[in-house]
Design a protein around this ligand. Structure first.
Ligand SMILES: [Mg+2]
Length: 183
């Protein structure tokens, strides 16, 4: 039987053809600055406060799950101090979003992007310009710091230092800034 004429069916060593690339280096800073990955819900975004923004009927229609209310992620407010903290950190660090969007609520994926555009802009001046990562496995990412309030979705496998937002050590944004931008 003839070998199918397909570029990936080859007996040559892996990497011998241009169609098979060597493994890339881990995702790292695009410049000399250290990297910070930011979770969104209850870190940049007041997700818990969202319960006050929906009607009982909306919540019931979403099976009692706030995360599944259509459009909810575009309506949420920033956490106190989050916007000014990001802007201050962006002067010294390369900033990335690292957030999970609910699988059952497709609008959440775009709503999270629009939320970032609304509060930080969408152009090159945004601290998150083309650095928005929505994933269910944060453990596949590599950086210096991850600011996240929970250990879900692979947080404990993140390669850098996890600053647990809302913990005794990092209860709020002033505490995070004191650690990352010491005087
Ligand atoms: Mg969170």
């Amino acid at each position: 039987m003839d070998t199918p004429d397909h570029p990936l069916t080859t007996t040559e060593p892996v990497g011998a053809k241009d169609n098979i690339c060597p493994a890339p280096a881990p995702v790292a800073a695009q410049d000399d600055r250290k990297t910070i990955f930011f979770d969104m819900d209850d870190v940049l975004v007041d997700y818990t406060g969202g319960y006050a923004l929906v009607s009982p009927a909306e919540l019931e229609a979403a099976g009692g799950q706030l995360k599944n209310v259509p459009g909810i992620f575009a309506r949420l407010c920033p956490m106190p101090g989050a916007l000014t903290a990001v802007k201050a950190l962006a002067r010294q660090y390369e900033c990335h979003i690292l957030s999970t969007a609910p699988w059952e609520n497709p609008s959440a994926w775009s709503d999270k992007v629009y939320w970032i555009f609304r509060h930080f802009g969408s152009d090159r001046e945004s601290p998150f310009y083309k650095r928005i990562n929505l994933t269910h496995d944060k453990g596949t990412f590599c950086g210096d710091y991850l600011i996240d309030d929970r250990n879900k979705h692979g947080v404990v496998r993140f390669s850098g230092l996890w600053l647990k937002f809302g913990s005794e050590r990092f209860p709020d944004w002033p505490a995070v800034l004191a650690f990352l931008l010491p005087k």
